[in-house]
Design a protein around this ligand. Structure first.
Ligand code: FPP
Length: 243
């Protein structure tokens, strides 16, 4: 499916797309390469998908780049992933900024090397006022940990139980002020949420594909968008109510 074949069927562009970029390790293994080569290919692919999201006028893109559980991977892989983010910020920040991308960090700073953390903070500050695409980088992120931090902050702010409602909790999450994802994509044939946006994805449409992340190209993105266009989002209501 190329873009012109799919445009007819892409009738609805989601405002917020979130992606679990899975399968880098298997992609590398299939080629007899080290796992990090898969993450490098995944990073290259990410660059193209960001560009395509801008072309398609998607306004929010959230990527799962490093989970709180990923610390348990071999040390070389952990430091390799840290290095890839640092490299991406060094090399791509200027062009992301020029293209109107606003970078946000979802997750916690604990455990991230100070030099990398400073670059993340710098990227967020530099691109703060951009509005073409908000790119949420979930890095050292876990949905449960995000909720724990939200509850801790609510308690620290001495709010009463009567003040706590869904809107307040949303406002205490790392995605505060942003719309919930409409479409969550997971590559590589795994069918799990894996602690990703557990609160925010309550009403998202989920698209699973067996494609490994480095192979998830623009055409695959159109497929996901065609799938999304065909969904009827009822938010708990019945069909007749939303027509
Ligand atoms: C899961 O694939 C992927 C990750 C844990 C990291 C995702 C990171 C990237 C795509 C690189 C872009 C991110 C940065 C930091 C710039 P996996 O390794 O679990 O694959 P497998 O299940 O095949 O082993």
């Amino acid at each position: 499916m190329n873009k012109s074949e799919s445009t007819d069927s892409i009738q609805m562009i989601p405002n917020h797309v979130a992606i679990i970029m899975d399968g880098n390790g298997r992609w590398a293994q299939k080629r007899g390469l080290p796992r990090l080569a898969g993450h490098r290919a995944g990073t290259e692919n990410l660059r193209k998908i960001i560009e395509e999201c801008i072309n398609l006028d998607i306004k929010h893109l959230t990527i799962y780049a490093f989970s709180t559980e990923n610390w348990h991977r071999p040390i070389e892989e952990v430091s390799g992933l840290m290095g890839l983010l640092e490299n991406m910020l060094d090399k791509e920040l200027e062009s992301l900024d020029k293209n109107g991308v606003s970078i946000r960090h979802l997750g916690h700073s604990f455990g991230i090397h100070e030099r990398l953390m400073n670059k993340i903070v710098d990227a967020v500050n530099t691109t703060r006022n951009n509005s073409t695409l908000v790119l949420n980088v979930a890095f050292n992120y876990g949905g449960r940990h995000e909720l724990v931090r939200a509850v801790q902050n609510i308690i620290d702010d001495e709010l009463s139980s009567q003040e706590v409602d869904e809107e307040l909790i949303s406002n205490y999450l790392d995605t505060s002020g942003q719309p919930d994802p409409d479409l969550v994509i997971r590559t590589s044939g795994e069918y799990r949420i894996s602690n990703f946006l557990v609160w925010q994805s309550a009403y998202a449409e989920w698209y699973f594909t067996t494609k490994l992340w480095p192979d998830f190209n623009e055409e695959e993105l159109y497929r996901a968008l065609v799938f999304f266009s065909g969904r009827e989002r009822r938010f708990g209501q019945i069909s007749d109510q939303i027509k």
